[in-house]
Design a protein around this ligand. Structure first.
Ligand code: SF4
Length: 260
C-alpha cells in the first residue's frame, strides 16, 4: 500500500514495510489486522518506483520517502535497511539520507543499528504519551520502557554529532492527540519533561477516526493549539501535522487491507 502526497511540487511517498502490524496501537486500523507478513526490500522499493512514476506523470520530482505506512519498519529491519540502500543509491533513486524518515514504535537496539548505518536518516518515534502506563494502553505491544527510550535517543543524538553532520536532523516524537486521553496540560508537562536534554522535535498528529473504536475522538483544534503552545513555550519545536487522505480512509492510522 503506497501513498503519494498530492500537493507538493517535490513529492513525498509514504511506504509500507509490512502487511498489517503486530504492535496493535488502539488508534490505528493497521493494528487491528495483526501482522500478516513482512514485505521484501524489493516490494518496498517497488512502492518508491511506482510513486516516482506517478510523480513524473504530474511533472513532479520525488524527493522524500517516509516509512509511515503499514507496519513497524524495525520489525523488518534487514529488508528495510536493504530498501534504504536502494533508495539512497545512485543506481537506485539517488535520494538523500536527509529526505528519508523511518517512523517506529521503538526498539532500542534496532534504532541504534539504523542510526549507525544511516546517521542522517530521520527517526520519528511514535511516543503518544510520556506516561508509561498510558503509553502501554495506547500501544500495547510497543517497547515501553521510557527511561530506556530516552537513553536511546541520547545515544542517537550523539551518534549524529560524532558523524560530524553539519545539520543534525533531530529525532521526531510523534503524538496522536486523543480527546480526554492524552491531551491535557499535565500530559504536555510530562512530554516537556521527557524532552529535556534531547535533540527532539514534536509532531502533533490529528487522530483520524477508525471504525474499530468509536470511543476515540479527535482532540479539537483549540486544544491542539494550546498543547502545541505549551510545548513551544518550553522551547520545544512543535508542529501540528496536516492530515490528508481522511476522506478516502487513507490517512495516518487508517491503512487496512480487508481479507489481507
Ligand atoms: S501506528 Fe504504526 S506501529 Fe502502531 S499499529 Fe499502526 S502501523 Fe503499527
Amino acid at each position: 500500500m503506497v501513498t503519494l502526497f498530492p500537493n507538493e511540487q517535490r513529492a513525498t511517498v509514504c511506504v509500507s514495510s509490512q502487511i498489517g502490524c503486530g504492535v496493535g496501537c488502539i488508534f490505528c486500523a493497521t493494528g487491528t489486522m495483526g501482522l500478516k507478513r513482512n514485505l521484501s526490500y524489493l516490494e518496498i522499493v517497488e512502492q518508491v518506483y511506482l510513486a516516482r512514476q506517478l510523480a513524473m506523470l504530474s511533472g513532479r520530482h520525488l524527493r522524500n520517502v517516509v516509512f509511515m505506512g503499514m507496519g513497524e519498519p524495525l520489525h523488518n529491519l534487514s529488508e528495510v535497511i536493504e530498501a534504504i540502500r536502494w533508495i539512497l543509491s545512485d543506481v537506485g533513486f539517488g535520494i538523500s539520507q536527509r529526505c528519508v524518515t523511518v517512523s517506529t514504535s521503538g526498539g532500542n537496539s534496532a534504532m541504534i543499528a539504523l542510526a549507525r548505518q544511516f546517521p542522517s536518516v530521520r527517526l520519528a518515534i511514535s511516543l503518544h504519551a510520556a506516561d508509561q502506563d498510558l503509553r502501554r494502553r495506547l500501544m500495547p505491544r510497543a517497547p515501553n520502557d521510557l527511561d530506556a527510550l530516552k537513553e536511546t535517543i541520547r545515544e542517537i543524538n550523539s551518534l549524529q554529532q560524532s558523524a560530524s553532520l553539519q545539520k543534525i536532523a533531530p529525532v521526531w516524537l510523534e503524538v496522536v492527540l486523543l480527546a480526554g486521553i492524552n491531551d491535557s496540560e499535565s500530559h504536555a508537562r510530562q512530554l516537556i519533561e521527557f524532552c529535556e536534554g534531547l535533540a527532539v522535535e514534536v509532531n502533533l498528529i490529528p487522530y483520524n477516526r477508525i471504525q474499530s473504536d468509536e470511543r476515540l475522538v479527535t482532540t479539537d483544534n483549540t486544544v491542539h493549539k494550546r498543547f502545541a503552545n505549551q510545548l513551544r513555550s518550553a522551547g520545544i519545536v512543535t508542529t501540528i501535522r496536516q492530515s490528508l487522505g481522511g476522506q478516502d480512509d487513507a490517512a495516518c492510522g487508517q491503512l487496512v487491507v480487508k481479507n489481507g
